[in-house]
Ligand binder design. Sequence first.
Ligand SMILES: [Ca+2]
Ligand SMILES: [Ca+2]
Ligand SMILES: [Ca+2]
Length: 191
Amino acid sequence: MNSIKKAICIAAIAASAGAQASGTFEAESNDTIDTAQNLGSLVSGSETNVFGLRFDLLEGGSSVDYYKFSTASTLSLTFSVATKLGPAGGNDPMVGLFSSSGTLIDMNDDIDSFNLNYDSLLTRSVSAGTYYVAVTGYNEDVDNDFSGAGDKNWSYVLSISAAPVPEPESYAMFLAGLGVIGTVARRRKAG
Ligand SMILES: [Ca+2]
Ligand SMILES: [Ca+2]
Ligand SMILES: [Ca+2]
């Protein structure tokens, strides 16, 4: 392992060790944006997990589950919806990110439908503000349907990870740093 790789590894381990993980259970009724469950303010390095249910037999069980959160700065957010049977081709969740006014910003159905992984994964940079994330099931009759129809009768874990979005200056410094390393390496080779 060369020193650059080592430095990157140490940085990655430090970043993961610094993550603040928290967990909670879905609270019914969170079936509309107006009654969304509040997950609070997300900060860089945090990981928020929600254990939720989408079962016919429960009150509100086949509705969309809405969660509300805010961010105080620009963040790169990763939303993952994991079901027990998703990777085995059983359960089929969808995840959607909505603006404070309820407009769908972005969504994901399947991580990899070709390999029968029907769980959901979405990464998106957002500026400071209030947002909603919704979990529902894939509806084979209507594309991107967040009405609550669609696949159901499964439990899920919704995970939201928040990471910083590098500023343009950091990119410039990073590239400058690589340039210096390259120059040193070339000099060493030449010498
Ligand atoms: Ca539910
Ligand atoms: Ca619900
Ligand atoms: Ca899916």
